[in-house]
Design a protein around this ligand. Structure first.
Ligand code: ADP
Ligand code: MG
Length: 240
Protein backbone atom coordinates (compact mmCIF):
# COMPACT_ATOMS: atom_id res chain seq x y z
CA UNK A 1 0.00 0.00 0.00
CA UNK A 2 2.86 2.37 0.84
CA UNK A 3 6.36 2.06 -0.52
CA UNK A 4 9.10 4.41 0.62
CA UNK A 5 12.44 4.43 -1.15
CA UNK A 6 15.45 6.48 -0.06
CA UNK A 7 13.28 9.20 1.45
CA UNK A 8 15.26 12.28 2.48
CA UNK A 9 13.90 15.55 3.80
CA UNK A 10 15.86 18.66 4.68
CA UNK A 11 14.79 22.01 6.01
CA UNK A 12 17.51 24.34 4.72
CA UNK A 13 20.78 22.84 5.97
CA UNK A 14 19.05 20.65 8.52
CA UNK A 15 18.84 17.06 7.34
CA UNK A 16 15.84 15.58 9.10
CA UNK A 17 15.17 12.37 7.14
CA UNK A 18 18.33 10.65 5.94
CA UNK A 19 17.21 7.84 3.71
CA UNK A 20 14.16 5.89 4.78
CA UNK A 21 13.20 2.67 3.04
CA UNK A 22 10.09 0.80 4.02
CA UNK A 23 6.99 -0.84 2.66
CA UNK A 24 3.70 -1.15 4.39
CA UNK A 25 1.29 -3.79 3.23
CA UNK A 26 -2.45 -3.39 3.05
CA UNK A 27 -4.20 -3.94 6.36
CA UNK A 28 -1.02 -3.69 8.45
CA UNK A 29 -0.49 -1.44 11.43
CA UNK A 30 2.98 0.05 11.69
CA UNK A 31 3.81 1.70 14.98
CA UNK A 32 6.59 4.29 14.82
CA UNK A 33 8.54 5.13 17.96
CA UNK A 34 11.71 7.08 18.62
CA UNK A 35 13.15 10.02 20.51
CA UNK A 36 11.82 13.52 20.11
CA UNK A 37 13.31 15.18 17.05
CA UNK A 38 14.12 11.91 15.28
CA UNK A 39 11.85 12.82 12.36
CA UNK A 40 8.70 10.81 13.07
CA UNK A 41 6.28 13.66 12.35
CA UNK A 42 8.21 14.74 9.28
CA UNK A 43 8.06 11.17 7.97
CA UNK A 44 4.27 11.02 8.31
CA UNK A 45 3.88 14.50 6.88
CA UNK A 46 5.83 13.48 3.78
CA UNK A 47 3.50 10.52 3.27
CA UNK A 48 0.42 12.70 3.00
CA UNK A 49 2.31 15.45 1.18
CA UNK A 50 2.13 18.05 3.91
CA UNK A 51 5.88 18.17 3.37
CA UNK A 52 7.56 17.67 0.03
CA UNK A 53 10.33 15.06 0.01
CA UNK A 54 13.78 16.43 -0.82
CA UNK A 55 14.88 13.12 -2.30
CA UNK A 56 13.52 9.65 -2.80
CA UNK A 57 10.18 8.16 -3.71
CA UNK A 58 6.90 7.49 -1.96
CA UNK A 59 4.42 5.25 -3.71
CA UNK A 60 0.90 5.02 -2.41
CA UNK A 61 -1.15 2.28 -3.97
CA UNK A 62 1.30 2.31 -6.86
CA UNK A 63 1.14 6.07 -7.45
CA UNK A 64 4.39 7.98 -7.01
CA UNK A 65 3.44 11.05 -4.99
CA UNK A 66 6.87 12.62 -5.44
CA UNK A 67 6.07 12.91 -9.14
CA UNK A 68 5.59 16.61 -9.79
CA UNK A 69 2.64 16.12 -12.12
CA UNK A 70 0.52 14.44 -9.47
CA UNK A 71 -2.73 15.89 -8.11
CA UNK A 72 -2.10 16.57 -4.42
CA UNK A 73 -5.77 16.52 -3.52
CA UNK A 74 -6.04 13.01 -4.84
CA UNK A 75 -3.26 11.83 -2.52
CA UNK A 76 -4.78 13.56 0.44
CA UNK A 77 -8.04 11.74 -0.20
CA UNK A 78 -6.24 8.42 -0.02
CA UNK A 79 -4.36 9.26 3.15
CA UNK A 80 -6.17 10.45 6.26
CA UNK A 81 -4.22 12.09 9.05
CA UNK A 82 -4.92 12.66 12.73
CA UNK A 83 -2.79 15.04 14.78
CA UNK A 84 -1.79 15.39 18.40
CA UNK A 85 -3.76 18.61 18.78
CA UNK A 86 -6.91 17.50 16.90
CA UNK A 87 -6.91 20.56 14.57
CA UNK A 88 -10.71 20.75 14.40
CA UNK A 89 -12.15 23.93 12.91
CA UNK A 90 -13.31 25.83 16.01
CA UNK A 91 -15.98 27.93 14.28
CA UNK A 92 -17.74 24.89 12.81
CA UNK A 93 -19.97 22.34 14.46
CA UNK A 94 -18.91 18.72 14.71
CA UNK A 95 -21.13 17.87 11.75
CA UNK A 96 -19.70 20.72 9.65
CA UNK A 97 -16.16 19.64 10.54
CA UNK A 98 -16.86 16.16 9.24
CA UNK A 99 -18.82 17.09 6.11
CA UNK A 100 -16.62 19.96 4.90
CA UNK A 101 -14.03 17.99 2.93
CA UNK A 102 -16.45 15.45 1.44
CA UNK A 103 -18.63 18.31 0.15
CA UNK A 104 -15.84 20.63 -1.00
CA UNK A 105 -13.18 18.20 -2.18
CA UNK A 106 -15.22 15.16 -3.15
CA UNK A 107 -18.18 17.22 -4.37
CA UNK A 108 -20.53 15.05 -2.39
CA UNK A 109 -24.12 16.24 -1.84
CA UNK A 110 -24.78 17.69 1.61
CA UNK A 111 -27.34 14.98 2.20
CA UNK A 112 -24.94 12.15 1.51
CA UNK A 113 -22.10 13.77 3.45
CA UNK A 114 -24.36 14.12 6.49
CA UNK A 115 -25.46 10.54 6.24
CA UNK A 116 -21.86 9.38 6.24
CA UNK A 117 -21.01 11.76 9.08
CA UNK A 118 -23.76 10.36 11.30
CA UNK A 119 -22.61 6.82 10.58
CA UNK A 120 -19.06 7.75 11.60
CA UNK A 121 -20.24 9.64 14.68
CA UNK A 122 -22.04 6.51 15.69
CA UNK A 123 -18.87 4.51 15.14
CA UNK A 124 -16.85 6.77 17.46
CA UNK A 125 -19.72 6.91 19.97
CA UNK A 126 -20.54 10.61 19.61
CA UNK A 127 -23.75 10.80 17.62
CA UNK A 128 -25.32 13.14 20.16
CA UNK A 129 -22.52 15.70 19.64
CA UNK A 130 -23.28 16.41 15.96
CA UNK A 131 -24.39 19.98 16.54
CA UNK A 132 -21.90 20.95 19.26
CA UNK A 133 -18.90 23.17 18.70
CA UNK A 134 -15.45 21.69 19.44
CA UNK A 135 -14.90 23.87 22.52
CA UNK A 136 -17.77 22.02 24.20
CA UNK A 137 -15.98 18.70 23.88
CA UNK A 138 -13.35 16.96 26.00
CA UNK A 139 -9.96 16.20 24.48
CA UNK A 140 -10.86 12.56 23.98
CA UNK A 141 -14.09 13.53 22.24
CA UNK A 142 -12.29 16.03 20.02
CA UNK A 143 -9.83 13.38 18.96
CA UNK A 144 -12.60 10.90 18.16
CA UNK A 145 -14.24 13.59 16.02
CA UNK A 146 -10.92 14.21 14.29
CA UNK A 147 -10.74 10.51 13.49
CA UNK A 148 -14.32 10.54 12.16
CA UNK A 149 -13.46 13.57 10.04
CA UNK A 150 -10.48 11.80 8.49
CA UNK A 151 -12.54 8.66 7.85
CA UNK A 152 -15.25 10.69 6.09
CA UNK A 153 -12.98 10.91 3.05
CA UNK A 154 -12.89 7.12 2.92
CA UNK A 155 -9.08 6.95 2.98
CA UNK A 156 -7.06 3.87 2.14
CA UNK A 157 -4.44 4.69 4.76
CA UNK A 158 -4.68 6.43 8.11
CA UNK A 159 -1.74 8.22 9.71
CA UNK A 160 -1.78 9.08 13.40
CA UNK A 161 0.80 11.44 14.89
CA UNK A 162 0.79 10.97 18.66
CA UNK A 163 -3.01 10.91 18.79
CA UNK A 164 -3.15 10.57 22.58
CA UNK A 165 -0.18 12.68 23.71
CA UNK A 166 -2.26 15.77 24.42
CA UNK A 167 -4.95 13.89 26.34
CA UNK A 168 -5.57 13.51 30.04
CA UNK A 169 -4.81 9.91 31.04
CA UNK A 170 -8.44 8.93 31.51
CA UNK A 171 -9.21 9.84 27.89
CA UNK A 172 -6.41 7.91 26.26
CA UNK A 173 -8.27 4.62 26.28
CA UNK A 174 -11.40 5.82 24.47
CA UNK A 175 -9.25 7.06 21.58
CA UNK A 176 -7.06 3.96 21.45
CA UNK A 177 -10.21 1.80 21.38
CA UNK A 178 -11.39 3.57 18.22
CA UNK A 179 -8.00 3.07 16.57
CA UNK A 180 -7.95 -0.56 17.63
CA UNK A 181 -11.34 -1.10 16.05
CA UNK A 182 -10.06 0.36 12.78
CA UNK A 183 -7.13 -2.04 12.93
CA UNK A 184 -9.48 -4.97 13.39
CA UNK A 185 -11.47 -3.81 10.36
CA UNK A 186 -8.30 -4.01 8.30
CA UNK A 187 -7.41 -0.34 7.88
CA UNK A 188 -3.80 0.23 6.85
CA UNK A 189 -2.26 2.51 9.45
CA UNK A 190 0.92 4.20 10.60
CA UNK A 191 0.84 5.35 14.19
CA UNK A 192 3.42 7.41 16.03
CA UNK A 193 2.80 6.79 19.71
CA UNK A 194 4.39 6.47 23.12
CA UNK A 195 1.70 4.02 24.22
CA UNK A 196 3.86 0.93 24.33
CA UNK A 197 1.13 -1.42 25.56
CA UNK A 198 -1.02 -0.37 22.63
CA UNK A 199 1.92 -0.76 20.24
CA UNK A 200 2.41 -4.32 21.41
CA UNK A 201 -1.25 -5.19 21.22
CA UNK A 202 -2.23 -3.56 17.93
CA UNK A 203 0.99 -3.09 15.97
CA UNK A 204 1.86 -5.65 13.33
CA UNK A 205 5.31 -4.10 13.13
CA UNK A 206 7.31 -1.70 15.22
CA UNK A 207 9.68 0.81 13.66
CA UNK A 208 12.27 2.56 15.79
CA UNK A 209 13.49 5.85 14.32
CA UNK A 210 16.63 7.63 15.39
CA UNK A 211 18.25 10.67 13.80
CA UNK A 212 16.21 10.54 10.62
CA UNK A 213 16.62 6.85 9.93
CA UNK A 214 14.92 3.58 10.71
CA UNK A 215 17.42 2.07 13.11
CA UNK A 216 15.56 -1.09 14.01
CA UNK A 217 12.25 -2.75 13.29
CA UNK A 218 10.35 -5.96 13.79
CA UNK A 219 7.54 -7.64 15.61
CA UNK A 220 6.64 -5.25 18.48
CA UNK A 221 6.93 -7.90 21.17
CA UNK A 222 10.31 -9.06 19.91
CA UNK A 223 11.71 -5.54 19.66
CA UNK A 224 10.50 -4.68 23.15
CA UNK A 225 11.83 -7.87 24.68
CA UNK A 226 14.99 -8.15 22.69
CA UNK A 227 16.15 -4.88 21.11
CA UNK A 228 19.30 -5.30 19.04
CA UNK A 229 20.62 -1.77 18.88
CA UNK A 230 22.04 0.12 21.86
CA UNK A 231 20.02 3.22 20.96
CA UNK A 232 16.81 1.19 20.96
CA UNK A 233 17.69 -0.35 24.33
CA UNK A 234 18.38 3.07 25.80
CA UNK A 235 15.14 4.53 24.44
CA UNK A 236 13.03 1.61 25.60
CA UNK A 237 14.61 1.67 29.06
CA UNK A 238 13.25 5.20 29.40
CA UNK A 239 9.73 4.64 28.10
CA UNK A 240 8.81 1.11 29.15
P1 ADP B 1 9.66 14.05 15.92
O1 ADP B 1 8.24 14.02 15.44
O2 ADP B 1 10.33 12.73 15.87
O3 ADP B 1 9.79 14.67 17.28
P2 ADP B 1 10.02 16.03 13.84
O4 ADP B 1 9.80 15.34 12.55
O5 ADP B 1 8.91 16.86 14.37
O6 ADP B 1 10.50 14.96 14.93
O7 ADP B 1 11.27 16.97 13.73
C1 ADP B 1 12.55 16.52 13.36
C2 ADP B 1 13.47 17.70 13.21
O8 ADP B 1 13.04 18.51 12.14
C3 ADP B 1 13.52 18.62 14.43
O9 ADP B 1 14.85 19.04 14.61
C4 ADP B 1 12.63 19.78 14.02
O10 ADP B 1 13.02 20.96 14.66
C5 ADP B 1 12.87 19.85 12.51
N1 ADP B 1 11.72 20.40 11.78
C6 ADP B 1 10.50 19.83 11.67
N2 ADP B 1 9.69 20.57 10.89
C7 ADP B 1 10.41 21.64 10.50
C8 ADP B 1 10.14 22.79 9.68
N3 ADP B 1 8.95 22.96 9.09
N4 ADP B 1 11.13 23.68 9.50
C9 ADP B 1 12.33 23.50 10.07
N5 ADP B 1 12.66 22.46 10.85
C10 ADP B 1 11.72 21.53 11.07
MG1 MG C 1 6.48 14.55 16.33
Amino acid sequence: MIEVKGLCKSFGDLKVLKGIDDSINKGKVVVVIGPSGSGKSTYLRCINYMEEATQGQILIDGVDITDKSIDINEIRQKVGMVFQHFNLFPHMTVLENITLAPIQVKKMSEEEAKQIAYKLLDKVGLKEKANEYPNKLSGGQKQRIAIARALAMNPEVMLFDEPTSALDPEMVKEVLEVIKELAQEGMTMMIVTHEMGFAKEVGTRLVFMDEGKILEQGNPKEVFENPKEERTKLFLSKVL
